[in-house]
Design a protein around this ligand. Structure first.
Ligand code: ATP
Ligand code: TZE
Ligand code: MG
Length: 262
């Protein structure tokens, strides 16, 4: 079945809801992207908190509106804390999202991500190699980077969504967002986004936050992808490379929706 394009009205409506609700987002993410992730969430109007101690994470994931688990710089201690947080989020009825960074490449995180899948993530966001590896189709990418395209990973994303019940977003030149039966596609963004660390990780945090919104989860996750793609395109038009892209990207997220940018 052909993917549908997410329409602009849905993208704008979800952004209004996001800003009105200002989700409190519990981020358990990697050491490389902590500040950038918090800044992306703040620019869009959400409220991030990075809580990682096992007992505190267990407590906070029941309080927060949504939880992000990103395995980019996984350790055994962090894995224990992440499991406790995901279980606590589930017990409290809060949605949690998985970013399976470099799954397939390394054994410990691959086994851990499979263990996490049994805890019913609301959403999974990864690049093509990560989604292919998590679905058991191939062995992963080149470290944290993809070696495949999102369109090649779409069947794996659909299978993974059916297997887990999660909304799966596989990102790249085009983003595909699927629940296993319906699929949306989001264009926009720029290849420069792969030359700045953490755009995917930050997107996963926004996806996590969007799962706390009312309404259709598939459309809300696709809207999150659309906001980052739009902001990425605007930022590229206003910058000269990775260094100036980052502040332009945060400014574009902050002003998104004004002056017909949506
Ligand atoms: N070639 C491209 N053209 C346009 N947009 C792109 C391209 N590649 C990636 N993007 C965009 O960049 C963002 C990050 O997606 P990507 O798939 O690169 O994540 P990732 O590999 O997990 O990143 P990271 O691990 O560095 O956080 C998404 O918004 C995606 O749409
Ligand atoms: C570069 C890097 N290494 C581990 S996590 C991470 C951030 C991008 O996924
Ligand atoms: Mg990534």
């Amino acid at each position: 079945m052909q993917p549908d394009l997410l329409d602009r009205a849905q993208t704008a409506h979800a952004l209004q809801q996001f800003r009105r609700h200002s989700p409190l987002v519990h981020c358990m993410t990697n050491d490389v992207v902590q500040t950038f992730t918090a800044n992306v969430l703040l620019a869009l109007g959400a409220s991030p908190a990075m809580v990682i101690d096992r007992d505190e994470a267990q407590q906070f994931s029941a309080i927060a509106d949504a939880l992000l688990i990103n395995v980019g710089t996984l350790t055994r201690e962090r894995a224990d804390a992440m499991l406790a947080a995901a279980e606590s989020a589930n017990a409290a009825g809060k949605p949690w999202t998985l970013d399976p960074v470099a799954v397939g490449v390394l054994s410990f995180r691959t086994q851990f991500c499979q263990q996490l899948l049994a805890l019913h993530p609301a959403a999974i966001r990864g690049n093509a190699s990560e989604i292919l590896a998590l679905a058991g189709v191939s062995a992963g990418g080149r470290g944290v980077d993809t070696t495949d395209t999102a369109s090649n990973a779409l069947p794996a994303a659909q299978a993974l969504a059916r297997q887990t019940g999660a909304v799966v977003a596989v990102t790249g030149e085009v983003d595909y967002i699927t629940d296993g039966s319906r699929t949306l596609m989001v264009t926009g963004g720029d290849v420069l986004m792969t030359r700045v660390v953490g755009t995917g990780c930050a997107l996963s945090a926004v996806v996590a936050a969007s799962c706390a919104l009312q309404g259709d989860r598939l459309a809300n996750v696709a809207a999150a992808c659309a906001w980052l793609g739009l902001a990425g395109s605007l930022a590229v038009a206003n910058s000269n490379g990775p260094g100036s892209f980052t502040p332009a990207f945060l400014d574009a997220l902050y002003t998104l929706g004004g002056e017909d940018s949506l």
